[in-house]
Design a binder for this molecule. Structure first.
Ligand SMILES: NC(=O)c1ccc[n+]([C@@H]2O[C@H](COP(=O)([O-])OP(=O)(O)OC[C@H]3O[C@@H](n4cnc5c(N)ncnc54)[C@H](OP(=O)(O)O)[C@@H]3O)[C@@H](O)[C@H]2O)c1
Length: 305
């Protein structure tokens, strides 16, 4: 496993993280198995949100922590808030109430990282600053980041904050590449040259902010995975060639494609299957060549100008 520094005041985090969005329907013992399998592979990072399973995902995870308190110091826990029953809400009151709920459900006294889940157009950065300051000074949250924001939204917020934003969690997979497409197709007049993220990929690299990639195997918005999907036959052929070459499975190669980006990347996998967690962990040990990376990008249906 490889580790990166997400924030100076928390322990280094594995480049593969376990997304907990889909654990809410599991049994407690299955959640414990997910945590222990991850730790056995060197994965110490767990990503939550207050809305996952309407709080059930955090609750189950928290029950495991309560019964196994020694686990807490081995792991880095991140959660998110800012989605409030059909709207986005970065008010001070909502952020603070959300974090209190998160800590109670997770049975922990602090979060290592808190992300604002989706940009709130009505946000007042001053309110976010006050909320973050209260949470930081009380020791409830150690570091702060965002999710699904472009660079200007980040700058608007950062301008007002005494804390460095450490991460931006964005959708990125071989079958969902707007972050990458706009940089490859600058000034082409082609549709994938349309600027959808305002150079956010390059901005994160420039500022040394961690790019956390959500839904690393999905296409569309939770429409399904591209692995073994007949609509992505060329991509699956290319993945299989590399999987055979490296002695791994196709999902491992798909994660290593994300990790090959030349900046700080954390892949947030959503699998709840222990064997697939092991596959994900193996991606940290594979460094694709630049040619392999571009071949996969093209096999996913992209052309180069
Ligand atoms: N910030 C945001 O707005 C945002 C949005 C969405 C998600 N997220 C985060 O990103 C995490 C990952 O999202 P996701 O669950 O959509 O990602 P994903 O890893 O692309 O998809 C996981 C799903 O694919 C299934 N799957 C089937 N074959 C698989 C294989 N070979 N390997 C791995 N999985 C396979 C898994 O099933 P099994 O469980 O049966 O293996 C699971 O249902 C979430 O848990 C959450 O933490 C963040």
């Amino acid at each position: 496993m490889k580790y990166i520094t997400l924030a100076e005041n928390i322990k280094d985090t594995s480049v593969i993280g376990i997304g907990c969005m889909r654990i809410g329907s599991k049994e407690k013992k299955e959640v414990e198995e997910i945590i222990r399998t991850a730790l056995d592979c060197g994965i110490n990072f767990f990503d939550h949100a207050d809305i996952y399973g309407r709080g059930r995902s955090e609750e189950l995870f928290g029950q495991v922590l309560k019964e196994n308190p020694e686990l807490r110091e081995k792991i880095v826990i991140q959660s998110k808030c800012g989605i409030n029953m059909g709207m986005y809400d970065f008010s001070k009151e909502h952020i603070i109430n959300s974090v209190n709920g998160i800590l109670e459900r997770l049975n922990t006294d602090h979060l290592d990282s808190l992300l604002l889940h989706r940009p709130d157009v009505l946000m007042e950065p001053q309110q976010v600053k006050e909320a973050f300051s209260e949470l930081y000074e009380s020791g409830k949250v150690k570091s702060f980041g965002v999710s699904n924001m472009n660079r200007f939204q980040m700058e608007l917020l950062q301008n007002c904050l005494p804390y460095r934003l450490t991460a931006n969690q964005l959708q990125l997979s071989l079958a969902h590449t707007p972050l990458i497409d706009e940089g490859i197709n600058v000034n082409t007049g082609w549709d994938n040259g349309i600027v959808r993220t305002s150079g956010t990929l390059e901005y994160l690299r420039l500022k040394d902010i961690v790019l956390q990639t959500w839904s690393p195997l999905q296409y569309g918005m939770f429409q399904g995975i591209f692995i073994d999907n007949e609509n992505y036959s060329e991509l699956n052929n290319q993945l299989q060639i590399l999987a055979d070459q490296y002695g791994v499975t196709k999902d491992t190669i798909a994660y290593s494609w994300l990790l090959r980006l030349p900046q700080k990347v954390q892949v947030i996998t959503g699998t709840t299957t222990p064997a697939r967690i092991v596959n994900a962990a193996k991606a940290a040990d594979i460094e694709l060549t630049a040619r392999q990376w571009y071949d996969l990008y093209k096999a996913a249906g992209n052309r180069l100008p």
